[in-house]
Design a protein around this ligand. Structure first.
Ligand SMILES: [Fe+2]
Length: 281
């Protein structure tokens, strides 16, 4: 009798609750982060930065509820600035974008900050065509920074940051022009798809370095630290898979981002957007 009751009533109820939870819960987490930095302008202590990375948009997944939730979340948060850290796109071959361009634009153009959206490109934008990706981002209303400085005036004070071009694997390969730009403009914020350049980044003043790319290390198992999988043996991904780190005058934030590539997935690593505030130290 009891067994029959469990079979006919309790199990369906539990399955229904599970189904409702899966449908109604957010498919990603909103992580709030507060970092401190010596010299940070007190006028910018309440500025909200929404950090979005590694969306990996590709044609077959553009209709997912995930993106509707993301658009709604960004609208609700109404961040001052949106930073997009690359790998927003994920195509295997160039030219595939035309049939789905409008759908992609409708997702990307909703990720807007009150003072603008600023993007750097990642390795997957290079794979699917750097020029096309930059054009698409610009059409979506983003300012794309490729070894470029951007200054935004907020609360009557300038806030500057530099976006680093994709492709430099080590600081020794940085072009002289970028080194000169950093020397002349010791900005407090650096956007760079990969965390590779964080150690020894050529800035002599305190800075915060924002990166994605690692997807949190892809796998996280109990009793083993995240980032066991370290991307083709590159030790930087094992060292900085996910979270906040410090080295010298720099602080690094690596976000696990929002998506998966079409040739790998993740296990026990959150999908996330990061709402960041920076305070003077
Ligand atoms: Fe990447």
């Amino acid at each position: 009798m009891i067994f029959r009751r469990i079979l006919y009533y309790i199990i369906p109820c539990l399955l229904f609750i599970l189904f409702c939870t899966a449908c109604c819960s957010s498919p990603f987490q909103l992580k709030t982060a507060e970092m401190t930095l010596p010299g940070w302008d007190p006028a910018h202590r309440d500025v909200t930065f929404l950090v979005i990375s590694d969306l990996h948009l590709r044609p077959e997944i553009l209709d997912r509820r995930f993106y509707r939730v993301l658009e709604r979340r960004v609208k609700e948060l109404d961040p001052d600035i949106v930073f997009l850290l690359g790998d927003l796109l994920d195509f295997n071959s160039k030219g595939k974008i035309a049939p789905v361009k409008e759908k992609m634009l409708s997702i990307l153009s909703n990720l807007r900050g009150r003072y603008g959206s600023y993007a750097v490109i990642g390795n997957h934008e290079v794979y699917c065509g750097e020029g096309m990706s930059v054009e698409l981002f610009q059409e979506a209303g983003y300012t794309v920074l490729q070894d470029e400085l951007q200054t935004v005036e907020i609360n009557g004070r300038p806030l500057s940051f530099i976006g680093v071009q994709e492709g430099y694997r080590q600081n020794k390969y940085l072009p002289a022009r970028l080194k000169e730009l950093l020397k002349k403009n010791p900005v407090p914020l650096i956007l760079c798809h990969r965390p590779d350049l964080f150690d020894g980044f050529p800035l002599e003043t305190p800075f915060i370095f924002l990166s994605g790319h690692t997807h949190g290390g892809l796998f996280s198992f109990p009793f083993l630290r995240s980032g066991v999988f370290h991307f083709k043996g590159r030790p930087v991904y094992r060292k900085y898979p996910y979270g906040i780190f410090r080295s010298g005058k720099g602080k690094l934030l690596v976000t696990s981002g929002l998506g998966d590539s079409n040739y790998y997935s993740r296990f026990n690593i959150p999908y996330e957007v990061v709402l960041l505030k920076i305070r003077p130290e």
